[in-house]
Design a protein around this ligand. Sequence first.
Ligand SMILES: NS(=O)(=O)c1ccc(C(=O)NCc2cccc(O)c2)cc1
Ligand SMILES: [Zn+2]
Length: 236
Amino acid sequence: PYLVPVVILIVGPATWVEKFPEARGTRQSPVDIVTSRASSGGSAPPLVWRYSVNHPRSVVNPGYCWRVDENGYDSELRGGPLGSDVYKLQQWHCHWGSVNGEGSEHTVDGRAFSGELHLVHWNTSKYNSFTEAAGQPDGLAVLGVLLMVGSKHDELDKVVRLLPYIQHKGDKVTFSEPLNPANLLPKRIAYWTYPGSLTTPPCTESVTWILFKEPVQVSAEQVRLNLCYYVNGKNV
Ligand SMILES: NS(=O)(=O)c1ccc(C(=O)NCc2cccc(O)c2)cc1
Ligand SMILES: [Zn+2]
């Protein structure tokens, strides 16, 4: 009999528990949203947000997808499931898959979308820094936006067109073109919410997830551009 070399590469989420004990917690994200089991909104107050538009932002290649840092400029997210605390936008980033239709982190009734945008906010009412808040159960609030292939997204294009300039991990480009993160959100603001965690190490259980029900459309070309540069964290 021939000997088949069996090499099992131990990478990815299955190994995160070794280095990040939080990853074996009870409120780990992402999850599959089973819509039949979601309770109706009840009497939650409206979710309210305000973002500054005219300030320099930087697009960074953190090694997976891209991230836009808000550089501390003023913004506010409050209401909905966030009690009386006010949260501030720290950064926003995206998750794309290596093939179309498989990029989102959350799934809805088992269905994945082409990508998912995360707007990461931290609780400025209770904590003094993002890092401090990121370790607290009510420290972070992330707005999740499901992305599907359709018409071109003009606001997102202000970032996508810069991707050729940050092809390597650690690359960063600063731009001052006016951009309103509120334009990245869907028109209908119905959402699912649940207490969860960061979806990547250290997987800290500090995130109040707010996932909008309505997907936002991006063009196939915009998905291709993202895939060209960030196929599973490798720059290709
Ligand atoms: N995909 S996600 O929105 O859940 C997400 C958001 C932010 C982060 C993040 O900031 N990671 C780095 C980090 C984590 C904890 C404390 C820190 O100072 C930095 C990771 C995942
Ligand atoms: Zn994310």
